[in-house]
Design a binder for this molecule. Structure first.
Ligand SMILES: [Zn+2]
Length: 217
């Protein structure tokens, strides 16, 4: 599987270092399930991070280090539980969702405008995470908005096109606050995307004003 649009190097680096916020980290995780290139880059950054830590010099072992390791080995030997059965795929109304959303609480679809629905995604380990699923009908424009901070969009199904090209399953659009773009869903079907914000969204126009209270701004 390949993707045509990827997160930036900086985002991959922050993901590898564990400093990316929870919502964009879910978008990156969904992407690397489809993108071997970015998965490999993250592996390289993590290896580099490990090497840097090693260079920082040896850490003295704690007094209980040996017994801790032995206890771990013992636990391993006793572990005879059978391998877990594969989990059922995550879905919402027949749409396959990325595994990265497992454990998240996905709200019901809410009508936010003609041909447009939204569902809020609650991330258990970060209650402040700004993450939504958007479902937009064929030929329709995604809500016109600006944002404070970077916005990360992952394509779950269908496709849309803006001046940066066509975005399909597995692609990520990473837009900082200076980027003006108007994605239009391609005519052959609806598009579902997962959108994560690092900052708050600023919607424009009528649909924007309807979305504003949903985002609590
Ligand atoms: Zn990639």
């Amino acid at each position: 599987m390949t993707a045509n649009h990827h997160p930036t190097e900086e985002t991959l680096m922050r993901f590898a270092a564990g400093t990316l916020a929870a919502a964009p980290a879910i978008v990156v995780e969904a992407h690397i399930a489809h993108c071997t290139t970015c998965r490999a880059r993250i592996g390289e950054y993590q290896a580099l991070g490990g090497a840097l830590l090693e260079d920082a010099g040896p850490t003295p072992l704690s007094a209980t280090a040996l017994s801790d390791v032995l206890a771990l080995i013992e636990t391993d030997e006793e572990d005879s539980t059978p391998a877990p059965r594969p989990l059922a795929p995550l879905e919402i109304e027949g749409i396959r969702l990325p595994e990265a959303l497992r454990g998240c609480d996905i709200g019901r679809w809410r009508w936010i405008g003609p041909g447009m629905k939204m569902s809020r995604v609650a991330v258990p380990h970060d209650p402040d995470a700004n993450l939504i699923l958007l479902k937009v009908g064929p030929g329709r424009a995604l809500p016109d908005h600006g944002h404070v901070g970077t916005e990360f969009t992952y394509i779950v199904s269908g496709s849309y096109t803006d001046r940066f090209g066509t975005f399909r399953l597995g692609d990520v659009a990473e837009m900082d606050e200076d980027v003006e773009h108007q994605p239009i869903v391609d005519k052959d079907g609806e598009c579902v995307c997962l959108a994560a914000m690092e900052g708050k969204m600023r919607f424009k126009g009528m649909i924007g004003r309807m979305l504003q209270p949903i985002f609590g701004i």
